[in-house]
Write a protein that binds this ligand. Structure first.
Ligand code: PRX
Length: 648
């Protein structure tokens, strides 16, 4: 990791936005960005108060911020409805018949929903929810493929004040079970199945397994996507399309308090169980709208495509809420980028004339591997702006994206943010910010980001430290659902008075932020967060395993790969077969993305005298590097020798 940081710090290339781009952009030059940024930091409440006029309020707030650290209330006393902001307010003008969502299924089906049509579908589904007993404040778990119904279900929840918790369709029954228990959801929205690389994936079956022994869930609403045979539990399971026959398309939006919970999204942390990040109505919507507006510089006529699945925060903020609040056209594609062949994305861009394309570095590294001939086959000249998210992008991947996809004319918005931040935090403003490959550049308006040492003191240029945010911002998480103490401890106790991101970073002499990556026990595998403890608890739950320690190792495509060091119970033999079984087991417990790339059987794990596993050593061994640094606290030196020997 430190090597890659050295190389990015010597990165000298600078790319200024073209005059043509800047001339038409919302923020037209760096001085304009700087002026607005400085004002926003000098008086954040004034800034955010002014920006809040972008939303449609049923009742105006009386106070911008009520900050009883670390608990924030934004736009106190205000009332609004998210679905009204994303739909109804676009209906009385030329946007009424504009495409809100353009969708393409993996097998090739195509659908376009105008704002009028989407509004109608959302009203119908909101009435279906009501008919099935869902009320304001109830939690609804959504486990759907990447299809318009995912957005429809989310927006329908917001229309009636139900709180959605979306679970990525690639997660397992076990993961659904945990999230149901933690959120106390009473309704599940799912589909019979979905498609991935031509294979039908069984979603309803996973829900059935997750619901074994669950008495809290009263209804499962099933959308028919893959024409699969599924089991229907009478009295609990209903079909979406049948329910639609019983309701009207008339469902007025309910005005909700600014701080009414909007959604819970689970993400990995440093413990074995994912935590429920809680976002609320007014602040979250403002954050996602403003960043979509300025960071993607969307114009009325644009086709905008964010490739993230709705199961992740990027899908929430930048497939659904941000673009729709802005009245933009958001493209959704259901499947894999290399299905039926490696040019599916470029084919989609050419066919729809996509103008703005937002994806992940891990995908870009795969594209590079697949070869330049795939994008070269297609006309990508409609593209005006590119974006990346999820992990640091290595400068060479950035250059490839810039040249081969952007034709050397499209700025790249490398956006640093988190599930917890709700919206972009450190990012270029494309008409204004000179770009350097590999850095997310500078903070968004109103975001007071800094890098501090262990004592909370800001470090000098090019010195490494912890990335923190020094002031609250509207789209910040409000708490970890049901666990205020953990919220306080996790985010607000590491550095006094600041929100701690969990990331390490440096700033160069121009003040640009270079993110190194997580400095806690969280891995970033193909842009997805994964707690080492989560994988470890899955492993030790297997009958053969005594102890497990999981670390990341650099991976050319995924950024980080997962390596598990495992000790076995007495009498159990370490075999290839067992290794494969354990990999599959982790896949079944968490989801395929968590499957270790390698299982290494060991006789013992290196521990300090106080019994803590020395991950630093394991990381070095996993990466194939020589073990360096302090090993004096190692309890038993022979353990290290054996681990090294097993490497040879
Ligand atoms: O380590 C940072 C990395 O992803 C983490 C947040 O993960 P998650 O909550 O799953 O959200 C991902 C999508 C917003 C961060 O702590 N990360 C995200 N974007 C970037 C990044 N690292 C470097 N550069 C980025 N642009």
């Amino acid at each position: 990791m430190s090597q890659s940081i050295e190389s990015v710090l010597t990165e000298k290339r600078v790319f200024k936005p073209s005059r043509e781009f800047s001339k038409q952009a919302k923020i037209k030059n760096f001085a304009e960005y700087k002026k607005l940024y400085d004002e926003s930091i000098k008086n954040p409440e004034k800034f955010w108060g002014k920006q809040a006029a972008e939303l449609l309020w049923n009742k105006k707030w009386t106070k911008v911020l009520d900050w009883k650290a670390p608990f924030a209330k934004w736009f106190v006393g205000g009332k609004l409805n998210v679905s009204e902001n994303c739909l109804d307010r676009h209906l009385n003008g030329p946007r009424r018949n504009k495409a809100a969502i353009i969708w393409e299924g993996e097998p090739g089906e195509k659908r376009t929903l105008t704002y009028h049509q989407l509004h109608r579908e959302v009203c119908i589904f909101a009435n279906i929810l009501k008919r099935n007993g869902v009320k304001k404040g109830d939690r609804v778990l959504i486990y759907l493929p990447h299809i318009p119904e995912a957005a429809i279900a989310m927006l329908a929840c917001t229309r009636i004040g139900a709180i959605h918790t979306v679970v990525f369709g690639g997660f397992s029954a076990e993961s659904i079970k945990d999230r149901l228990a933690d959120s106390g959801a009473t309704c599940v929205v799912t589909a019979d199945g979905s498609y991935r690389r031509g294979q039908a994936v069984t979603l309803k079956q996973n829900v059935d397994r997750a619901l074994e022994g669950n008495t809290a869930v009263k209804r499962v609403i099933v959308f028919r996507r893959a024409n699969m045979d599924i089991h229907i539990t009478e009295g609990r399971d209903v079909w979406w399309h049948r329910e639609a026959d019983y309701v009207t398309a008339d469902c007025p939006p309910v005005p909700l308090d600014s701080e009414h919970p909007l959604f819970i999204l689970y993400t990995s942390g440093s413990t074995g169980k994912p935590k429920g990040i809680l976002h609320t109505t007014g602040g979250y919507l403002l954050g996602s709208l403003l960043t979509t507006k300025y960071v993607f510089d969307i114009r009325e006529e644009d086709i905008y495509w964010c490739t993230a699945d709705v199961g992740w925060i990027t899908g929430h903020s930048y497939v659904v809420y941000g673009p729709l609040a802005l009245g933009a056209t958001s493209l959704m594609y259901e499947g894999a980028p290399n299905w039926p062949q490696s040019d599916r994305f470029w084919d989609i861009i050419a066919r729809y004339g996509v103008n703005i394309f937002y994806t992940a570095p891990t995908a870009i590294r795969s594209f590079i591997k697949w070869g330049d001939e795939w994008p070269a086959k297609h006309d990508l000249s409609s593209l005006r702006l590119l974006g990346t998210v999820g992990e640091p992008i290595n400068p060479e991947a950035w250059m490839w994206f810039y040249e081969k996809i952007g034709g050397g004319r499209c700025p790249i918005s490398d956006t640093w943010w988190q599930t917890e931040t709700g919206a972009h935090m450190i990012t270029p403003i494309p008409g204004a910010t000179p770009l350097k490959p590999g850095t997310a550049t500078l903070p968004f308006f109103g975001i007071d980001a800094a890098i501090v040492d262990d004592n909370g003191k800001e470090v000098g240029p090019n010195e490494g430290g912890k990335l923190v945010i020094r002031k609250p911002w509207p789209s910040m998480l409000r708490t970890i659902y049901g666990d205020k103490a953990r919220y306080k401890k996790q985010y607000w106790s590491e550095v006094k008075g600041c929100y701690f991101t969990g990331d390490g970073a440096r700033r160069d002499k121009d003040g640009y932020f270079w993110i190194v990556g997580r400095i806690d026990d969280v891995l970033n595998v193909a842009g997805h967060r994964l707690g080492t403890a989560e994988v470890e608890s899955a492993l030790v739950a297997h009958e053969a395993v005594a102890e497990a320690a999981v670390v990341g190792r650099p991976d050319e495509i995924k950024g980080q790969g997962v390596v598990a060091f495992v000790t076995l119970k007495t009498g159990i033999k370490a075999t290839e077969d067992l290794s494969e079984k354990l990999r599959k087991h982790v896949g079944a417990v968490i989801g395929p993305i968590a499957k270790p790339d390698e299982i290494r059987f060991a006789e013992a794990l290196p521990k300090t005298r106080s019994g803590k596993i020395m991950r630093r050593l394991l990381k070095q061994i996993a990466a194939g590097n020589a073990v360096t640094g302090d090993t004096t606290t190692l309890e038993d030196f022979s353990v290290l020798a054996k681990l090294r020997a097993s490497d040879e």
